[in-house]
Write a new protein. Structure first.
Length: 86
């Protein structure tokens, strides 16, 4: 099953871990957006094999606030809310 887990810790400062799983080879993107839907960064953008992956997001230099992490694998899309507290 394709899925992205809630980041840990949440709230976080300044780094957080994001874990996701894919059941078969897929092109995967993992992007972070702010509240105004401005893309802050792309954490993953590549074809990956079936497995569980862990990635780290370092928000050093960004202000406190709510951010969104969008996971896409093939046609599957899921978004999680991330809370950065300084």
């Amino acid at each position: 099953m394709k899925s992205v887990e809630q980041n840990y810790p949440n709230p976080f400062n300044p780094t957080t871990v994001i874990q996701f799983s894919i059941p078969h080879r897929s092109f995967v993107t993992l992007k972070v957006y702010d509240l105004s839907a401005k893309k802050i960064g792309t954490l993953v953008s590549q074809e990956l094999h079936a497995e569980t992956f862990i990635t780290l997001w370092d928000a050093t230099g960004l202000p406190s606030g709510i951010y969104f992490c969008q996971f896409q694998a093939g046609e599957f899309v899921e978004t999680k809310k991330l809370l950065l507290l300084r």
